[in-house]
Design a protein around this ligand. Sequence first.
Ligand SMILES: Cc1cc2nc3c(=O)[nH]c(=O)nc-3n(C[C@H](O)[C@H](O)[C@H](O)COP(=O)(O)OP(=O)(O)OC[C@H]3O[C@@H](n4cnc5c(N)ncnc54)[C@H](O)[C@@H]3O)c2cc1C
Length: 384
Amino acid sequence: MPKSPFFTEEHTLFRTSIREFLHKEMTPHFGEWEANEQIPRWAWEKMGEMGYLALGHPEAYGGMPVDWFTHVVYCEELSRALNAGFAAAMTVHQYMATNHLSRAGSDLLRQKYLAPAIQGKKIACLGMSEPHVGSNVQGLKTFAQDMGDHYLVTGSKIFITNGYYADFMTLCCNTDQGISLIVVDLDADGVSRNKLKKIGWHSSDTAEVFFDQVKVPKENLIGEAGKGFYLISDSLQTERLIASISSLGTLDGVMAMTQQYMREREAFGRPIAKFQALRHRMADLATEIEACRQLIYSTVWKVENGVFAVKECSMCKLYSAELTIKVVNECLQMYGGYGYMEDFPIAQVYRDCRAGSIAGGTSEIMREIIAKMTLDGVEYKQAY
Ligand SMILES: Cc1cc2nc3c(=O)[nH]c(=O)nc-3n(C[C@H](O)[C@H](O)[C@H](O)COP(=O)(O)OP(=O)(O)OC[C@H]3O[C@@H](n4cnc5c(N)ncnc54)[C@H](O)[C@@H]3O)c2cc1C
């Protein structure tokens, strides 16, 4: 076998070790976390101790800068374990909330929030969506009023992953200068939260968070006031790529699990894996997954090499999310009646995967971006 153009031997060793770790230390607890709708603090701290939450962050704060294909291995394996709530909780913490501190946070913010987040001792969330504004970030209503030495934050956020149990939020809000990112302690006076009931991702808590005149020190501003939109726009590309890699992990996990079932389940005196009608459907899915994988890996390669790949990241997110919904639906069919039973993990994967085409930018928004770039000739430049 020739050498992979994307993965080294170190990546392969890392894949083996994280897969074993998840299998031994995390997977046995998934059922309990799904039922309790909470990931216990010890699991966050264990992920921190193992150094997984450090990936991509600066060494000075306990982080571990790595290449993009290490992120690929990490996120694929998190999702391959087939508890999307758990994978979402970890990746939102790492790639959507604390990444802004690494990129533009002051030393003080990094010491106070990033370092404990890397250790899994503080949980982070990102507050962007609002009850009346989801897809259009520029219409945000939450406002941080400049009071001289502090801000007074008023407004609300919705659908916030980790939002119910998190210690702090990277809040995307309006200030006099425009959209800004501000770190808000979620135990501050004036913050209240409401845990939302979802159809899937049960291990991960999702919240509505209200801010009523919440006093936040001015030093909690990330980067410059009014530059938050640029920070968010840039990091959306990374988030979308991470979401795509996570979908790929789910696809690999669900295919492996379903193929195993098909080899074991018999009908009419032979394994159902031997029925041509089913084999050919699985062959089609495997082909599409491989096409999706190549799109994602080549986009990761571009990003690793400094390309601001807005179109490709949007294509990855669109294609992988929609493909996951299709593949999981087809895989469930292979289980017959058992596929409809909660006792079988495929049922959970079916509920979980539906979030993929909504969270982190809907498929319609991805199509809009791709259409603007391919039809209208729009180009996006890295802003920050
Ligand atoms: C499980 C889950 C976790 C989430 N986690 C977070 C989180 O941690 N932090 C956070 O800030 N948000 C989070 N979100 C929110 C998510 O990012 C938003 O739901 C998403 O961006 C869509 O916004 P909306 O729900 O307001 O839908 P809307 O913007 O109201 O859209 C409604 C429908 O209209 C379509 N639409 C909107 N605008 C256009 C357009 N211009 N052209 C074509 N169609 C359009 C949309 O695609 C959608 O189908 C999460 C959501 C879910 C489901």
